[in-house]
Design a protein around this ligand. Structure first.
Ligand code: PLP
Length: 418
């Protein structure tokens, strides 16, 4: 390949990605979102290639007056949106945010208790992820019968038996509020701390549509900034505890970052302004739209995972029981052929051989593109037809694309959609 070939191919790949995400497909994967174009523009302003080593007011390299101000503004805005005393924004991703939390509050060889994959527990809390790489031993939290969270009585028993240094809560699928106050009580009994992983829930927490984990007793909260939050790829840790904040500060610098991405930090600041201006409306619309989508899917005969009281969800996410499709990833691949984007997830029921047993859907992106509850009957019909084993999903794809093209712009920003 010549250099020109490579550049040409990259241009084509960027155009392909735009076509897939911005024109052809409806994105029901809750792990992604569209950004405010003003935030996205921050990623190509020349900030990202500049150094940022050191503390504001005492940067090591010269000429960083503007960049150190961006760092301060972003951290202050994150703290304001999340109603927290301290925000650490020099974090490359949600996965690394969890590593920051482990480094701050545990030692290699310690035991932690974390949600298992059958209730959406993330790999970063387990052997294959940052917990395991830091040599923590993870004991899976017991699962509540008929729910999608932990069983508190069993958790108390397990915690007294294994004496964890930390109990984590929050997952890649969250269908009902987690019992954080009771978890904190158990943690206090055994001398553990509580980490709330809000990778997915952070938008609902920012928009006051979900109980606030720090107010409920979590010692610290980590999250990704590009899922329900709709910002650039990155991570954040927030806490109200001054000593934990000081440890996180030393982990960020000089610990795990020297220079961080100031372009991403500026994009995060723009995203926070959106949350201050329009966040409550956005969070409420994500939840209302997910509830309607679930209702319509159920009416169309799609088997949904249900909570103990029969409700499919109280959040912006929902899950299809995917055994009939051979598993969640198999169902997601089928929907991809219908131009509907989604992915697999674990559910606390019969496993499926060689696949996860659930299909995860969510509303962050469709709502930000301007869809609401009133659009869900039509969308649920397209999803149900895409999943119908008796029809070819490719016959649904053109209709999905035609429907997708009716929506556009980025809603719930400090400006109106453009
Ligand atoms: N924690 C949970 C619960 C997640 O679902 C994810 C998803 O990727 C992460 C952490 C990691 O976040 P990131 O993709 O920002 O590294």
């Amino acid at each position: 390949l010549t250099p020109q070939d490579v550049l040409g191919e990259l241009d084509r790949l960027v155009a392909d990605n735009r076509r897939i995400h911005d024109a052809d497909c409806v994105n029901l994967n809750p792990a992604t979102n569209v950004m405010n174009p003003r935030a996205e523009a921050m990623l190509s302003t020349g900030l990202g290639s500049r150094p940022s080593l050191g503390y504001p007011g005492a940067k090591y390299e010269m000429g960083l007056e503007a960049i150190e101000r961006i760092e301060v503004v972003a951290a202050e805005l994150v703290a304001e949106v999340f109603r927290a005393r301290y925000a650490e924004v020099r974090v490359p991703s949600g996965a690394v945010a969890n590593l920051y939390a482990f480094l701050a509050l545990t030692e290699p060889g310690d035991t932690i208790v974390a949600p298992p994959p059958s209730i959406g527990g993330h790999v970063t809390h387990h052997a294959g992820g940052s917990a395991g790489m830091y040599r923590l031993r993870t004991v899976p939290a017991p699962v509540a019968p008929g729910g999608y969270t932990v069983d508190i009585d069993e958790l108390r028993r397990v915690a007294h038996e294994v004496r964890p240094r930390m109990i984590t809560v929050g997952a890649s699928l969250n269908l009902e509020p987690h019992p954080v106050p009771a978890i904190r009580e158990i943690a206090d009994e055994v001398g553990a701390t509580v980490l709330f992983d809000a990778a997915h829930l952070c938008g609902l927490i920012a928009g006051r549509a979900w109980p606030h984990p720090l107010e409920q007793g979590a010692h610290l909260m980590t999250f990704s900034t590009y899922k329900s939050l709709g910002g650039p790829a990155g991570g954040v840790v927030v806490t109200d505890d001054a000593e934990i904040a000081q440890r996180l500060d030393a982990i960020a610098y000089p610990g795990l970052t020297a220079n961080f991405d100031a372009g991403k930090t500026a994009a995060l600041a723009v995203t926070m302004v959106d949350w201050l201006v329009a966040g409550q409306g956005y969070a409420a619309a994500m939840v209302a739209t997910a509830a309607r989508l679930a209702e319509e899917l159920r009416a169309a005969g799609v088997p949904l995972f249900e909570l103990a009281d029969g409700a499919p969800t109280r959040s912006h996410q929902l899950a299809v029981r995917a055994a009939a499709w051979g598993g969640g990833q198999a169902a997601a691949r089928r929907l991809r052929r219908a131009n509907i984007l989604s992915c697999g997830i674990g559910l606390p029921e019969e496993p499926v051989d060689g696949d996860v047993n659930g299909l995860r859907l969510g509303t962050p992106e469709v709502v930000r593109l301007g869809m609401g509850p009133e659009d869900m009957p039509e969308l649920a019909g397209l999803v149900a037809r895409g999943l119908d084993p008796d029809s070819d999903p490719e016959t649904v794809a053109p209709e999905v694309t035609a429907w997708r093209r009716r929506f556009g712009g980025v809603h719930f920003t400090a400006q109106q959609p453009g």
